[in-house]
Design a protein around this ligand. Structure first.
Ligand code: SAH
Length: 221
């Protein structure tokens, strides 16, 4: 953001270019569709006025209600790990600000996202509507049971830290579907990718160590 005189970059595209170069590509995210989505989605629209100057910093930011919008790199890394194709239907648990759902909506056909904190869900809905992203469906409630009426999903992203992998969510994956989830204690988690093979077998890969706010619910904390 320019500090003096007229703002020459109201959409903050130059800050997003820097974010992608200095935080995301250098750490190994290379999927062109994910990079394009990270350049396109205006992250600053998902954060409060008091956080505007930090919107493109290499860190999570508070969004109220004790919750956070994840660090840009983590969002890009998790979405790359989901290996989405343009025709995919995706479920996200933990809408928060709506930022990750918005990025997902650029790399998939349809996004469904669930948030427990009603005011956050409402804020996310408004931001996503204002941006004109029409392929996102939002719902308020406990996401650990998934979204059975819209299942199955080609990809599922859990944006909060879970004690175990919720069985209901694994059950809502298509054959060949991928689920990315932080699993661990309330402080640190292992970021896991669960892949359901076409014959139904589950494969688990550990991708990173991460730090997320807790997943609270029937199959969470
Ligand atoms: N993806 C978000 C980051 C959200 S942080 C973003 O881009 O801004 C995790 C969110 O998960 C919090 O908003 C929290 O309220 C929510 N959450 C926690 N447990 C949940 C549950 N069982 N179902 C749905 N959302 C949950």
């Amino acid at each position: 953001m320019s500090c003096f005189g007229m703002n020459k970059d109201p959409d903050r595209i130059n800050e997003r270019k820097r974010m992608v170069e200095e935080q995301i590509k250098v750490r190994g995210v290379s999927d062109e569709r994910v990079i394009k989505a990270m350049l396109e989605v205006p992250r600053h629209r998902f954060v409060a006025p008091s956080q505007q100057v930090f919107a493109y910093e290499d860190q999570p930011l508070p969004i109220g209600y004790g919750q956070t919008i994840s660090q840009p790199y983590i969002v890009a890394f998790m979405i790359e790990a989901l290996e989405t194709s343009p025709s995919d239907r995706v479920l996200e648990i933990g809408t928060g600000s709506g930022y990750a759902a918005a990025v997902l909506s650029r790399v998939a056909a349809e996004v469904y996202s669930i948030e427990t904190v009603a005011p956050l869900a409402e804020g996310a809905k408004k931001t996503i509507e204002d941006l004109g992203y029409t392929n996102v469906s939002l719902r308020t409630g406990d996401g650990t049971k998934g979204w059975p009426e819209a299942a199955p999903f080609d990809a599922i992203l859990i944006s909060a830290g879970a004690p175990v992998v919720p069985e209901s969510l694994v059950g809502q994956l298509t054959p060949g579907g991928r689920l990315v989830i932080p699993v661990g204690d309330r402080i640190d988690q292992r970021l896991l990718r669960i892949t359901r093979s076409v014959n139904g077998e589950l494969q688990e890969d550990e991708l990173a160590i991460v730090r997320f706010v807790p997943l609270i619910g029937a199959e969470g904390w």
